[in-house]
Design a protein around this ligand. Structure first.
Ligand code: AMP
Ligand code: MG
Length: 418
């Protein structure tokens, strides 16, 4: 058992966990299925938008030259020659002081070059008058004003959001290349673990890390592959991990990476010939987090302690998996915030504290989410962010400026703050 593990700083550990992995291949997917995936090709405009000059308003399309000289005292009258609803066109050639009645989104016929809004016209039956001159192009969305054909609208590596899906539809991308999602195997290890429907007995605890990691993956749009619980037995663990290696792109284990008598995972990875990227990090919780690489497959050895497991996943597995997914922005945002409670305990290592984030008065306030030792599980449930407290000789007080790592973008503010 290696008791002389040397801790490396968190940023270096993150770098190591990310550096070794590479994006997976791409696959063509229907545009309807792309939300949450990562673009593997540049999304280019296949046509100008709009692709025809269209009316920006409901009103009348006129020849602007017929409006010259109009004023409140000297109104100019037009007669309606034809109607152009959205979805229709007209080849009619306007004569002097004639107009089309036209609706928003309809193509402006070639013989017209300005649109009078209904609100700018005084109407009576088939005619209307105006009190001002109109410039050519007024109230018209000009062909190509939003983008030109061939322009890169969204580059590869971008997370596909609802707007990206709308853009795919606009440009007729029925299928688009996106990166393949990694198959991530989850293995919870520990002879004390039982499944949720087994009876509790002294010494046994329910496996909470497995389903937690499954959900952390789901938050990233990855469907995890859960393997059966494994006891702390070197040979069966080895067999199981070998099987997993045939089936997955990444492995996340929990438990068994510490220095206890039955913590077999570091030794197991070593026996498989894996390259150990690090086995100790200058952080609390989760200092024993171990990450190795074997044939392009990252092996994330997370601590069994729930808070350590959760934090280790967010810090190391998440960016690494996002890189495999082809994402060009793989790190959780870290923002400036205010500590909204005391955290008295000093620590030589960087401390990550599960926190309740509140957005108010334009600021981000982060409160430690209750009992926060590495073995805590309930504080994770109350958290939507992680407070980052640099190591040092003192604790922290309410009101101190701090950094907050945003882990859960789906939670909002209690108040509407505009
Ligand atoms: P270990 O990392 O194996 O030393 O485990 C550290 C602590 O986490 C021990 O108290 C374990 O019982 C607990 N633990 C390990 N695995 C899990 C799990 N899957 N779910 C909840 N707690 C766990
Ligand atoms: Mg254990």
């Amino acid at each position: 058992m290696n008791l002389n593990r040397k801790p490396i700083p968190v940023p270096e550990a993150v770098d190591r966990a990310v550096a070794e992995v590479t994006p997976l291949k791409s696959e063509a997917v229907s545009y309807r299925e792309t939300y949450g995936r990562i673009l593997a090709e540049d999304l280019k405009a296949t046509m100008p938008v709009p692709h025809f000059d269209k009316s920006a308003m409901d009103g009348f399309a006129i020849r602007s030259k017929d409006s010259i000289g109009a004023s409140g005292d000297d109104r100019i009258e037009f007669t309606v020659a034809e109607e152009v609803p959205a979805g229709s066109t007209s080849d009619y050639i306007l004569k002097e002081n004639e107009a089309f009645r036209i609706m928003t989104g309809a193509p402006v016929p070639a013989s017209a070059d300005a649109v009078v809004m209904f609100e700018q016209a005084k109407m009576n039956d088939e005619a209307f008058t105006i009190r001002k001159a109109f410039d050519p192009g007024e109230n018209i969305a000009i062909e190509g004003e939003e983008c030109q054909q061939g322009e890169v609208i969204v580059p590869r590596g971008t997370f596909i959001n609802p707007g990206t899906v709308a853009t795919l539809a606009t440009f007729g991308y029925k299928n688009v290349e996106v990166y393949r999602q990694p198959v991530v195997g989850i293995l919870a290890t520990g002879s004390e673990l039982i499944e949720i429907d087994q009876p509790l007995s002294p010494g046994k605890i329910r496996n909470s890390n497995g389903p937690m990691i499954m959900s952390q993956l789901k938050r990233m749009n990855i469907t995890g592959k859960m393997y059966a619980l494994e006891a702390d037995d070197f040979d069966t663990l080895l067999e199981r991990v070998e099987d997993m290696l045939d089936e997955v792109d990444a492995i996340i284990t929990t438990g068994g990476v510490s220095v206890g008598d039955y913590d077999f995972l570091p030794k197991l990875y070593e026996s498989l010939g894996a390259e150990e990227l690090f086995n100790k990090v200058g952080m609390r919780p989760g200092s024993v987090t171990t990450v190795s690489m074997l044939g392009g497959v990252p092996l994330f050895g997370l601590s069994g302690n729930p808070s350590a497991c959760y934090t280790g996943f967010e810090l190391f597995a998440r960016p690494s998996l996002l890189k495999m997914m082809g994402h060009d922005k793989i790190y959780a945002p870290v923002v400036d915030g205010v500590l909204d409670g005391d955290f008295k305990k000093a620590n030589p290592f960087t401390r990550f504290v599960r926190a309740e984030i509140d957005y108010r008065a334009g600021g981000i306030y982060a409160k430690p989410a209750g009992f926060n030792k590495s073995n805590a599980v309930t504080s994770i449930a109350r958290s939507n962010g992680i407070i980052v407290l640099p190591g040092g000789s003192r604790g922290y007080q309410k009101g101190d400026p701090i950094k907050v790592m945003m882990t859960d973008m789906t939670t909002g503010a209690r108040q509407f703050n505009l």
